[in-house]
Design a protein around this ligand. Structure first.
Ligand code: PLP
Length: 395
């Protein structure tokens, strides 16, 4: 018998059986009308998940990183300047990608654990009267630190400065799990991946692109071939791809959007918030701080838990994997060894989460940390039982 524990890494997330089956489909001719029956509703579904009426949705065989590259190469030219805050490993990697593409980056160094400093962005944009800055890059949810940034505040900063830069948002670990408002926030490119809120295997870079960014994409920008939005747009006019699409994953995406919309986006977000609150109750009971510097910054999809100084947090993750067969996230970059990360997004219930908290507790006790078995679990249980959900769902 093969037994499978849920995973608690912040993506790839647990794969619901119905989505696994939707991805596992017989070969169809991707140039036949059958394919359009999959592609069209999948793109429409993503647009609804993005809360957008204006976004053109693109889905590339790739991952979130390919989504970053799509955003940059289609809209910017070598030597262009972008503005970004570095507050964790993923914002760092996006900045690094910009530099490797010959872009200049105005980097606002931000402590890991803090969110995007919108007020500082406003100052920088206000003095940029020549509009040298072409795009503002914002990582909505820093998966490395468990920090959620306020994208509405970034948009307000841009508007207050009267700056015409485009707004690119990395929603890889937020879209489909935490509130994301493409239109309301005036987002120009939103980037997601299939393996987090969409509850699918990795393999798709999912993008929403505004009319303004589509205009920018028509120009002679950075070199692009595979990720050229113009080729994809032309192919989409015929419900096709410029190359062989990942039909099974697109079929999964179609169903995954339907599942999110059937559950109701606000219900999905509330479920994530409630599960996250239970995790935070447990972490408080363990007397371990979260990396996120304040309550409003705490992510509802991932918690980065700081272990006592001098203690190697990676041991906990290794112990969980080797002894109990459960996956948690390690610390990344400057947080390596200092935090372990609990992913709580995607196909997850409160009861599944309790098993993850129980596992972490066993690991910490096994490894000699001063934790009482059941203490964090009890705190989460108290929270979950007083916040009842009507659970009749397959998540
Ligand atoms: N951005 C964020 C916030 C992420 O969490 C990740 C991956 O975890 C990425 C980008 C990179 O995405 P991928 O690994 O799918 O290329």
């Amino acid at each position: 018998m093969s037994l499978q524990n849920p995973t608690f890494i912040p993506g790839p997330t647990n794969l619901p059986e119905v989505l696994r089956k939707a991805c596992d489909m017989p070969t169809i001719d991707h140039r036949s009308p059958l394919f359009g029956e999959i592609l069209r509703p999948a793109r429409t579904g993503v647009r609804a998940v993005l809360k957008s009426a204006c976004a053109e949705v693109f889905v590339f065989p790739s991952t979130g990183t390919g989504g970053w590259e799509t955003a940059l190469t289609n809209t910017l030219q070598a030597g262009d300047t972008v503005l970004a805050a570095r507050n964790g490993m993923f914002s760092h990697r996006w900045i690094d990608m910009c530099k490797r593409h010959g872009l200049r980056v105005d980097v606002v160094e931000t402590p890991w654990g803090e969110g995007i400093p919108a007020a500082r962005f406003e100052e920088i944009l206000t003095v940029d009267t020549s509009h040298r800055i072409r795009a503002v890059l914002a990582t909505h949810n820093e998966t490395a630190t468990g920090v959620r940034s306020d994208i509405a505040a970034v948009r307000r900063a841009m508007d207050a400065a009267g700056h015409p830069a485009m707004l690119f948002v990395d929603g890889v670990s937020s879209i489909g799990s935490m509130d994301f408002r493409f239109d309301d926030w005036g987002v120009d490119v939103a980037v997601a991946g299939s393996q987090k809120g969409f509850m699918l295997p990795a393999g798709l870079a999912i993008l929403g692109v505004s009319p303004k960014a589509m205009m920018a994409a028509q120009g002679e920008n950075l070199p692009r071939t595979y990720f050229d939005l113009r080729d994809m747009q032309r192919a989409y006019a015929n419900d096709a791809y410029p190359y062989t699409p990942l039909v099974g994953l697109l079929n999964g995406l179609n169903l995954s959007c339907k599942m999110l919309l059937d559950e109701g986006l606000e219900t999905v977000f509330a479920r994530h918030a409630r599960i996250a609150d239970g995790v935070r109750a447990a972490v408080t009971e363990w007397d371990m701080p979260l990396c996120a510097a304040s309550r409003t910054l705490q992510s509802d999809t991932v918690s980065a838990v700081r272990t006592p100084a001098g203690y190697d947090a990676t041991q906990i993750v290794q112990r969980a994997a080797t002894t109990y067969g459960v996956a948690f996230g390690t610390g990344l970059g400057e947080l390596a060894g200092k935090v372990f990360r609990i992913g709580h997004l995607g196909s997850l219930t409160e009861v599944m989460m309790l098993s993850g908290l129980a596992t972490v507790e066993m690991c910490m006790v096994d490894l000699g940390l001063n934790i009482r078995l059941g203490s964090g679990v009890a705190a989460a249980q108290e929270f979950y039982r007083y916040q009842p959900t009507t659970i009749a769902r397959e998540v």
